[in-house]
Design a protein. Structure first.
Length: 108
């Protein structure tokens, strides 16, 4: 199949399959890449605490609360307390729909 025929087939697929879906596929990949780029690593020793300011905080999830205990300390502030050694992910969501991830590392 030559280039001209390939473009014709792609055009037909876009019309039949819906160009809106085709146009959104790269955007999802870009969002994932941007989210991954925003991941921050926080390294703590057991029992060490760190406060995080997250403006517009609406939701929090932590993978393993034995490694990092998360407490809401008031408006837009989370306290991360290191537990047993290991790694876990902390994900926060904000009122504007943004999501940010942190890798929490508790050292020995």
């Amino acid at each position: 199949m030559n280039v001209k025929n390939s473009l014709g087939v792609l055009a037909v697929l876009a019309v039949v399959g819906g160009s809106e879906v085709s146009a959104r596929a790269p955007a999802k990949a870009d969002k994932k890449t941007a989210a991954e780029a925003r991941e921050e690593t926080i390294t703590l020793k057991p029992k060490e605490e760190r406060d995080l300011r997250v403006v517009g905080l609406t939701r929090v999830a932590v993978g393993d609360p034995d490694i990092a205990d998360i407490q809401a300390m008031g408006d837009d502030v989370l306290r991360v307390t290191a537990g047993k050694p290991g790694q876990t992910k902390l994900t926060v969501w904000t009122s504007d729909g943004a999501r940010r991830s942190y890798l929490i590392v508790t050292e020995k």
